[in-house]
Write a protein that binds this ligand. Sequence first.
Ligand code: HEM
Length: 448
Amino acid sequence: MDSGEGPMRATTAVARELALQRLLTVWIITGLTFMLLPGTFLGVWNLISIAGERTPAHIDPAWIQAHGHAQLFGWIGTFILGIGFYSLSKMGAIPEFAVSRGWLSWALWSGGVTLRWATNVWQWHWRWMLPLSALFELGGFLLFFITVRRHRPEKPLAAVGPGPRPAWMVLVVFGSIGFLASLLANGVVAMQSSIANASPAVPHAVNQRLLALFGWGFPVLTIWGFSARWLPVFLGLHPPSVRLMYAALAADVAGILAAGVDAWRFSTAAIAAAVVLACYGLRIFAPPLNAPKVTGVHRSFPVFVRFAYGWLAVSASLAVSASLWDRAGGLWGSSRHALTVGFMSTMVFAIGQRVLPAFCGMRVLYSPALMFWSLALLNAGCLIRVVSEIGAYESYAPGLWPLLSVSAILEMAAVTIFAASLLLTFRQLPAHLMANSQEKSGQSVMAS
Ligand code: HEM
């Protein structure tokens, strides 16, 4: 073997790792942009209008769906895809084409999500733009899917070892299949709407079924997978129970399939069972085995991760109640909010601020205090929203209408702080360069 080959290969590997870090940073900034502008600001606008009029009936469903799509696909989906591409660097040699595919996928994906949002809001040539946006999104996802699926590690990962795949990997694979199924369903419905509907808004009954897949399909399963992978380390939990996690997966899939045929009582009961199994399987509320690892993040981090799973249980219970007693959308809406904001957003705020600084260029989190405030305001806003949405929409306590606006402002503050926390972190030097520059400035102070 040529003696220069080893160092050259190492240099190429470092260059690809850096290229993947840059790619991930751009995916994350794109996700933050969708979260803040088309997602949260439109959500806040909708909610303040609903609270002002004391009914959601006058808000264009196309606007509400534009908000939901920007949050679920534009924010959560974008984060998942970016982290998915970056995970190639942890799976052995990074193929040469991975980075260029990552950029092409990003262009298709973010173009598709932007087009969908703009079409729902302005309705410009919507009969063409709606299916086109779905095609762009699907194209972006498929590029990701084939790149990651075909990639084989050079040698088996140490964490995986011989034998069957670990539960976290199976959950993440099912999460990706759920993601693909969501995009296919979205494409079919977009096509049907463009042929048969009078507006880009998906009809209510179809949208309810889609939301079960979009919510409990890809984000929940992917977050369970990441939880099984990382929480034993970060929170010092016992290793997850493989048996219970597979049972949770099966119950969740059964719940989503039942929602597809409008068997809502069975669907919500199966999903509630899935949540109980997942909480036991991940041992989230059991006494931990080791001390949590909170270096570099706020020490409240483990508490908020448990809050997130508490919200998941609240969401599942409210969904069961909604299938029995909902009259005006308040129980369904509050269940969805407990899921999307209470569970998904709290998990992304907590785990994201724990891992993304390192993934996006070996940085340290800019400020653990900002992390705390983002999580505290998010959870306070979510609590007010979930309680007041039930009371106000369902007419149990009409005095709660004004509190909906309060919850919107608190949650908007929370997501703005979260975005600021990550952006300020990305502006810093990588940790080793920061240590060098601090050392140098210390030396020059000593010299003077
Ligand atoms: C940040 C503050 C947020 C506000 C003020 C807000 C507001 C709203 C409002 C007013 C609705 C319609 C009424 C209802 O059914 O409750 C709604 C629906 C929805 N929201 Fe949010 N939301 C926020 C955050 C989020 C987040 C973070 C996500 C996802 C990660 C999300 C996902 C959804 C979805 C999927 C829907 C249903 C859309 C549809 O009907 O197709 N929201 N939101």
